[in-house]
Design a binder for this molecule. Structure first.
Ligand SMILES: O=c1ccn([C@@H]2O[C@H](COP(=O)(O)O)[C@@H](O)[C@H]2O)c(=O)[nH]1
Length: 276
């Protein structure tokens, strides 16, 4: 899905919600465990319940890799089931030397090799240009670079002063030289909403993938106040707040109710910004 298609979906669905698919066998409802692939069964029902309310899905690869081969099979089945009118993001946070990054890019972008071809991947920029460019060789795919994360530990490195601003600002400035806003997004945590004004100085047009609302306590209102652009420019993710709204037989309805609350708030923000 390209930038224009993403913007169209945001306007059509009046939403910039990204639903995080972070399935955990210890948290999914017991009755699903009778199915051959409980993780896929869980995801399928979450997707069916939320697909008209969101514009993106973000499976986090750790929640699949931790179950070995079975987990990867669940991830592939989930990828195949994701609706085509939603951007699908693999939250893999990879970063390595060029030839290794090339293999990671194949793993997540090349269906003929791995059985999966996500629209976008999260990448850690610490190893620099050669660790990121292999993903950019895939036409039409997005690279989502960790800039200022929602984690408490973001202060350890991301706020280091380079002499010309913070390290996370240097990351954005440098990555902007690798590709434009039609190929690169940045991860910025919702818990860092006061920094959004600053980030928009360096990334005025890029979409920002914003985790941290819901379970981590970030404020959607503040994210929009400082981060929304004329094209919206935001994909706000919630994982646990939606998918674990209930662990009973009503989990899909409960997930829908939480997604609907966020979609309504997003609609109001899009109206306030004059986007719809
Ligand atoms: O800075 C970051 C980068 C990634 N994440 C990921 O997003 C989701 C958030 O899950 P919640 O349950 O909504 O808190 C999860 O997959 C994280 O690994 C992040 O939280 N912060």
């Amino acid at each position: 899905m390209n930038r224009q298609q993403l913007i169209e979906q945001i306007k059509l669905k009046k939403s910039f919600l990204c639903v995080g698919l972070d399935p955990d066998m210890e948290k999914i409802p017991d009755f699903l465990k009778q199915y051959p692939d409980p993780i896929f069964e869980f995801n399928k029902r979450i997707i069916d319940a939320t697909k008209d309310l969101c514009v993106a899905y973000k499976p986090n690869s750790a929640f699949y890799e931790s179950y070995g081969v079975k987990g990867l099979q669940s991830l592939i089945a989930t990828w195949k089931y994701l609706p085509t009118d939603c951007l699908n993001i693999i939250d893999a946070k990879r970063g390595d030397i060029g030839n290794t990054s090339d293999k990671y890019a194949r793993a997540f972008f090349d269906e003929a090799t791995s059985g999966m071809s996500f629209d976008a991947i999260t990448v850690t920029p610490y190893m620099g240009n050669d660790s990121v460019t292999p993903y950019l060789k895939y036409d039409g795919k997005w690279v989502i670079i960790l800039a200022l994360t929602s984690s408490v530990g973001s202060k350890d490195f991301q706020y280091l002063n380079t002499g010309d601003g913070y390290l996370y600002e240097a990351v954005i400035k440098k990555a902007n030289t690798w590709a434009g806003a039609d190929r690169i997004m940045y991860v910025v945590g919702a818990t860092k909403s006061t920094e959004f004004t600053d980030i928009r100085k360096y990334a005025p047009a890029n979409f920002l993938l914003v985790p941290g609302v819901g379970a981590q306590g970030g404020s959607l209102e503040d994210v929009c106040k400082y981060g929304i652009t004329k094209d919206c420019g935001l994909l706000v993710n919630s994982s646990r707040g939606i998918i674990y709204a209930s662990n009973g037989e009503d989990f899909a309805d409960a997930a829908r109710a939480e997604a609907l609350k966020l979609q309504k708030e997003m609609q109001a923000e899009l109206e306030k910004a004059g986007i719809i």
